[in-house]
Design a protein around this ligand. Sequence first.
Ligand code: NAG
Ligand code: NAG
Length: 390
Amino acid sequence: MGFPITTLVSIFLAVATLVVSVAHGDPLVPMLCIFGDSVVDVGNNNNLNTLIKSNFPPYGRDFVTHKPTGRFCNGKLATDFTAEYLGFTSYPPAYLSQDAKGKSLLTGANFASAGSGYYERTAQIYRAITLTQQVAYYKEYQDTVVKMVGKDRANAMFSGGIHLLSAGSSDFIQNYYINPVLNRAYSPDQFSDILMGSFSTFVQLVTESVWVGGEEDWSDNPTTNWMFASNHHAIWGGSNQCVGKLNQDAISFNNKLNTTSQVLQNKLPGLKLVVFDIYHPLLDMVIKPTDQGFFEARKACCGTGTIETSLLCNARSVGTCSNATQYVYWDGYHPSEAANQVIAQDLLEQGFSLSREDCTRYLIQLKQSSSFPLLSSINTYEIDGYFWLQ
Ligand SMILES: *[C@@H]1O[C@H](CO)[C@@H](O)[C@H](O)[C@H]1NC(C)=O
Ligand SMILES: *[C@@H]1O[C@H](CO)[C@@H](O)[C@H](O)[C@H]1NC(C)=O
């Protein structure tokens, strides 16, 4: 299930119209499109014939609407915070939901599906949406946008937007480690190589389709395509022990992801591919929870806090905590909203530290806005009118 597995119920139209008070005007980028697994799914699985869902209580109890949406969390996902930080006043709607229509499509969409991953079979086993199918939906979505606003505006939107991908963890946790056929056939290293093949294909397909200008070849257009891919996070076992071997595999996978990203950047003109590290922020919270204001890092909030995820984490689960703000994990697998906020802050710093001075200036605006108190801890400084991250 990736790490936060997620799903957004189509009925909660409220999300599309949700207004987050951001102190500034236009978003920093025209569009945000999201792909991947449960870490970022906001409800695409709700109406699928899959067991990997979370559109029932107690999921969503601390969300803006206090309703389950299909997010695998008590509240917001890291990418929800990211959308807010970028200045969007709504979250990219789940592409398969009722929310994905009209104007709400003009600032992005979410194609992610809990249970999906780089390995097509992972998604197929759980009847989730494969990454290939997510890209197919993305292209269909582009056609819709072109019909709505024309090619020029569509090009500005897609080439100037951000594409964000979260995958990898579910391929190991929900497939490789529990699938004897797979783990007999491949070593973790070989399996990682297979996943890298799929990652490369994905990046290539999306990059090449960012320019929707018809005959003009995308490679002739000097567009910058920002793409962000999160790596494989650290894993904690049900026995509340850091599972050393599994984390070794995660580190090795993450190294390959770095190398592959470099190769892709060299090969694809205009591509700015950033690998977000979610491994270390999460590991830090688990190892030193009190540093970030957490008290419980070993046990999840939902149920007994050891295994309950998806259907097992439900309104009848016994032992669910009443207040998840000091828990790192919401369910047996997915971080709480509070942890997601810390991860999102880290992602923001990582993204901005790689980019222009304007971004830091923007970050300072965000810090000064009372909407994001947590960001005030990010160290920025100014020298001769230029702004830097510490
Ligand atoms: C990947 O590269 C980034 C930036 O160079 C680095 O901070 C990170 O530690 C690397 N990750 C791994 C797993 O090597
Ligand atoms: C949960 O706990 C935090 C601090 O521990 C507190 O600020 C917050 O008000 C609590 N929320 C609820 C719903 O009790």
